[in-house]
Design a protein. Structure first.
Length: 282
């Protein structure tokens, strides 16, 4: 065969090899994308199942009927619920009132948190913030968090529970300012300053600061619990018994004469673990 005959053949083989290589690269990319999607979906399904329906148990709404430990607003805007003198262990509750998984967690272990705080076994620090970044979820979250920041501490826990009870479905506009004010009035908060605070978004700066603080603590999804700055395991998000065990293992909780209340460990130190993806960041 002449040199002229061999040269086109060589060029064709080279072109064919390049085409096959390009096909292989596209297939690898497609496989990686598919595997990544499957991994994310699997994680989301597993965590949601844990949070919403652990072993088929039903939610335990309003199962705690006893007296609440005193609640106090802290300097950073969070609300601490604890018996006088109890400074540890500290259970930080990072939450978004628009987050369905947060509501599910509240239904499962919210009463247990209240009970443990009332017994002097833990200091619960509620840290609402804005997780969502797209409307209507973002605006719903901001309005609710602002209203919670406006609420006086002595009614705060009841208002916290009311916000979850009235949580709008994902994708719907909710937590209107009128509703937020009316719910406070139903709980006995009739001071006009509360309504003015809600309608005027007077605590949005506090909400933004809480969101920034959550970021510094490593929180990027909700709900998130931390005991003395360390992430609580998945089981404790859904099981009252597992949460009690985690609190007991964290130690502390015995009132100390003359001790003063302090802020949540995670917020002060900036410590935090990688967040579970329970609620999609829409």
């Amino acid at each position: 065969m002449s040199e002229q005959g061999r040269e086109p053949s060589a060029r064709k083989r080279l072109a064919d090899e390049r085409t096959r290589a390009a096909v292989r690269r596209r297939r690898r990319r497609a496989l990686l994308v598919a595997l990544g999607a499957l991994t994310v979906a699997a994680v989301a399904v597993v965590v949601v199942v844990v949070a919403l329906s652990r072993t088929g148990e039903k939610p335990l709404q309003n199962s705690y009927k006893g007296a609440l430990a005193p609640a106090a607003r802290q300097q950073d805007g969070s609300v601490a619920m604890a018996q006088p003198g109890v400074s540890s262990p500290v259970l930080d509750v990072w939450e978004d009132f628009q987050c369905p998984a947060c509501k599910a967690m509240e239904e499962r272990v919210g009463a247990t948190m209240k009970e443990l705080a009332a017994q002097g076994k833990v200091r619960v620090v509620y840290r609402p913030f804005q997780l969502f970044q797209q409307d209507p979820l973002m605006s719903n979250s901001r309005r609710a968090a602002n209203a919670a920041a406006c609420m006086p501490a002595d009614h705060w826990v009841a208002y916290h529970d009311k916000l979850y009870a009235e949580q709008p479905p994902e994708g719907d506009t909710g937590f209107s300012t009128g509703d937020l004010v009316r719910w406070g009035e139903q709980l006995g908060v009739t001071d006009p300053s509360f309504g003015a605070c809600v309608r005027g978004d007077q605590k949005i700066k506090t909400v933004d600061q809480a969101s920034a603080q959550a970021g510094r603590a490593g929180v990027d999804a909700t709900p998130y619990l931390a005991l003395n700055g360390r992430k609580v395991g998945n089981d404790a998000l859904a099981s009252p018994d597992d949460l009690r065990k985690a609190v007991a293992e964290a130690g502390g909780g015995t009132p100390q004469p003359g001790s003063t209340q302090s802020g949540g460990t995670a917020g002060r130190s900036g410590e935090g673990a990688a967040m579970m993806t329970i609620s999609s960041r829409s």
